[in-house]
Write a protein that binds this ligand. Structure first.
Ligand SMILES: [Zn+2]
Length: 216
């Protein structure tokens, strides 16, 4: 029997401290959350039959807590604020596409990694955004516990909300370690999800162009 840890862990934003105490670096947790997370990793080690006090594991709870803070830093970042910082007025009105953006995320069902590529496109309507921000918005949402379907839609919605373009198209192709390493053990299965808006839904030629460009 293990005593359950009472300190709250993530509370949605990933904080259990006052804003003052909260670290400015999104890759870090506040001290209370960090301590609670380390303690729970120790409990996990015991629960699987390990001895958390043996030499090789002494620093593991601390390391896992730091690693998880890094892997979930997206909870402590605001994707729309980040996008808004690089919006410019521009009359360009053809498709803008950033292809093959690497994604590393964790599935919320098993907390195991899934990773692959995201392709993000939009058709501006008077406003464009710095290209690197498209990759950054993918990154912010990916660094949270996710399901691939929601991740795809959140990226579309953030771009749609901030830029109000004529349309947004997002496709993600990813391999899920929860399918590869456990359960069905399907080593080579790739999951594809897509989320579109505006002209990417209403215009077959826009959608066709997008899909053709990402397959080139
Ligand atoms: Zn999973």
């Amino acid at each position: 029997m293990h005593t359950p840890i009472k300190t709250p862990l993530f509370t949605g934003r990933g904080t259990c401290c006052d804003d003052d105490e909260y670290p400015l670096d999104p890759q870090e947790l506040c001290p209370e959350a960090h301590a609670a997370l380390s303690a729970s990793v120790s409990t996990m080690l015991e629960s699987v039959g390990e001895d958390p006090m043996r030499e090789g594991l002494l620093k593991t709870p601390e390391r896992v807590a730091r690693s998880l803070a890094f892997l979930t830093r997206g909870y402590r970042q605001d994707p729309e604020e980040m996008l808004k910082k690089a919006v410019f007025t521009e009359s360009y009105d053809e498709m803008v596409l950033v292809r093959d953006i690497d994604i590393f995320s964790m599935c919320e069902h098993h907390m195991l990694p899934f990773f692959g590529k995201a392709h993000v496109a939009y058709i501006p309507d008077g406003k464009i955004v710095g290209l690197s921000k498209l990759a950054r918005v993918v990154e912010v949402f990916a660094r949270r516990l996710q399901v691939q379907e929601r991740l795809t839609q959140q990226i579309r919605d953030a771009i749609q909300d901030v830029l109000n373009p004529k349309g947004v198209g997002v496709v993600i192709e990813a391999k899920h370690m929860c399918m590869v390493m456990r359960g069905v053990e399907k080593l080579n299965s790739v999951t594809t999800t897509s989320a579109m808006s505006g002209q990417f839904i209403t215009s077959e030629s826009t959608r066709g162009e997008f899909l053709r460009l990402i397959r080139q």
